[in-house]
Design a protein around this ligand. Structure first.
Ligand code: HXC
Length: 269
């Protein structure tokens, strides 16, 4: 589907996207690139990164990939610095890296719980902290007339209620949403950095869907969730564009739900 945004809304911007080599992260990378941004993607798997960078470059998008694990503060620091060294600034950080699996709480080990908290919550914090120096108003590479940059944290809706076999992810995404609000307050006030989030509903063709939404759930969901409809990665990327370009300049601390209203729904009986 064509974008409703003008193709230059992110012209001259540099975006660093964790988990940017696949799924929702890759769609955000390519849509940001198609709208004028230069793209750095971070991920753990070199093959995935290489393929994504070559796809982006084939679209004419300036792109580079950096291997790293968001759980490691030293990787977070190195990748943010490398992005700055490569492109001369950092305007937008998107935290899309996430870990997930289905496990009943009674079967989940401490390390299983901690691993997802580490990737989603600690990883998001690590990246934000390391990017702060570059994103803040007056930071290296920033035009003195422009304000600070922005951060976008990819979250979920599963912790708004309760979700089967997702205690670890629910806890992790609740922490991510708390970080979004707290950083919006502290860094919005002190550094003119906007910090927002997106909570996607079920999105087709993503690792999350293939792990969490077996076919039978996907096929039967419409029978018992009134507003059920699978979203597209495009839907999330358009919300990301809205929040990251000037259209979102007065939006700070919001986690925007993009799910066709599904988290509001309940089975009828
Ligand atoms: C129970 C499990 C498990 C499973 C792992 N563990 N998989 N426990 N059931 N299916 C436990 C392990 O036993 C171990 O604990 C601990 O978790 C760490 O596992 P590792 O394999 O060593 O971790 P690691 O290699 O770092 O892998 C992390 C991962 C993996 C999360 C387990 O799946 C991953 O990296 N995924 C990244 C990609 C991904 O999941 N993307 C989808 C995001 S979708 P012990 O005690 O044995 O040491 C998404 C959507 C969210 O985020 C919202 C949806 C609504």
């Amino acid at each position: 589907m064509d974008s409703p945004f003008k193709p230059d809304v992110l012209k001259g911007k540099v975006a660093l996207i964790t988990g940017g080599g696949s799924g929702i992260g890759f769609e955000i990378s390519s849509q940001f690139g198609k709208h004028g941004a230069s793209i750095a993607i971070m991920g753990r798997r070199k093959q995935v990164l290489d393929a994504a960078v070559s796809d982006l470059r084939s679209l004419g998008i300036p792109a580079v990939g950096f291997e790293g694990d968001v759980r490691k503060p030293e990787d977070a620091r190195r990748v943010v610095e490398s992005t700055f060294n490569h492109f001369g600034k950092v305007d937008i950080l998107v935290n899309a890296a996430a870990g997930n699996f289905l496990a009943a709480a009674e079967d989940l080990s401490t390390n299983g719980f901690r691993t997802v908290l580490d990737i989603d919550a600690v990883g998001t914090f690590n990246m934000c902290r390391e990017a702060l120096k570059y994103l803040k108003k007056g930071g290296p590479g920033r035009d003195s007339s422009s304000g600070g940059g922005s951060i976008l944290n990819i979250s979920a809706t599963l912790h708004y209620t309760a979700s089967w076999y997702q205690i670890h992810v629910s806890a992790a995404k609740a922490a991510v949403d708390a970080a979004t609000r707290n950083l919006a307050l502290e860094w919005g006030t002190d550094y003119e950095i906007r910090v927002n989030g997106i909570a996607p509903g079920p999105i087709g063709g993503t690792p999350g869907m293939s792990k969490l939404g077996p076919d039978e759930i996907e096929n039967k969901a419409g029978d018992y969730i009134p507003l059920y409809k699978l979203g597209e990665k495009w839907d999330i990327a358009m919300a990301a564009l809205y929040l990251s370009c000037d259209s979102g300049k007065y939006v700070n601390g919001l986690t925007m739900v993009v799910d066709n209203g599904q988290w509001l729904s309940r089975p009828r009986n």
